[in-house]
Ligand binder design. Structure first.
Ligand code: ADP
Ligand code: MG
Length: 232
């Protein structure tokens, strides 16, 4: 299925919130890198997936009604052995959820220069608006983010990145390596193209995206679709 068909099927079935796993599959489809991931439904499958992906891995509980995963203990980071995976699996299964529970087994990404957030919201007047910021405390405390209405040009993407107050963090602050700005520009453009082409995407939240010297990887994502329009 192509992206248009996938989105249409979701909207038709009334599923407007894509799970982290589905959201990252879609990002991968448009060329945004995500840690290798497998969806499992039993302990044995989870162990096999961890061994195929290679340690260290992350386990996350994927259920439609579990949204802020770390708040409920649904993210188990840096698991290095089969025993750690088994224990993490048992703990995840204890978390209450109304909806069907699955496990996302994913590669533990290396520590980044910093975390980024890249998002999209739909403005009732102007349509899709893209958002960029440095993740964590800077975003929450200082509201250090930039916005542009989509579609954006490469020039706009560069401006979005350079105008935030935290830009020095990306530019080799205190002897840290410089972040790959080109990779961020490319990612913003890909999101811009996606939301311009697919009007049924209402919201996107890539939070966090890990940025490195060599590129970036999106470790958590959420895509929300517009509800099906009533035909009468
Ligand atoms: P939440 O639903 O709470 O936002 P996340 O999936 O963002 O859960 O996970 C919480 C945190 O765990 C992330 O902000 C990130 O720092 C870390 N994390 C999540 N997935 C990975 C991964 N695959 N590799 C490394 N760190 C990860
Ligand atoms: Mg997150």
């Amino acid at each position: 299925m192509n992206i248009t068909e996938i989105l249409k099927t979701k909207v038709e079935s009334g599923q407007t919130v894509l799970t982290e796993f589905e959201s990252k599959e879609l990002l991968q489809e448009i060329g945004i890198s995500v840690p290798s991931q497998k969806l499992t439904t039993s302990k044995q499958e989870t162990i096999t997936a961890a061994e195929e992906i290679g340690y260290p891995v992350v386990l996350k509980l994927i259920a439609e009604d579990v949204v802020h995963k770390s708040d409920t203990g649904a993210v188990k980071l840096n698991l290095k052995t089969k025993e750690e995976v088994e224990n993490a699996y048992d703990e995840l299964m204890k978390i209450p959820a109304q909806m069907e529970k699955k496990i996302s087994v994913q590669k533990m990404a290396d520590e980044p220069i910093t975390e980024l957030i890249i998002g999209m919201t739909t403005d009732p007047q102007f349509g899709p608006a893209l958002m960029f910021g440095i993740g964590g405390i800077l975003v929450e405390l200082l509201e250090d983010v930039s916005f542009r209405i989509a579609p954006i040009t490469e020039y706009d993407a560069n401006e979005m990145i350079h105008e935030i107050k935290g830009f020095p963090i990306l530019d080799g602050y205190r002897g840290k390596p410089k972040a790959n700005i080109g990779a961020i520009v490319e990612t913003l453009m890909k999101i811009s193209d996606l939301v311009t082409e697919h009007e049924n995407i209402n919201e996107m939240d890539l939070n966090p995206v890990f940025i490195y010297e060599k590129g970036l990887v999106c470790v958590d994502a959420r895509i929300i679709l517009k509800e099906k329009e009533n035909s009468n």
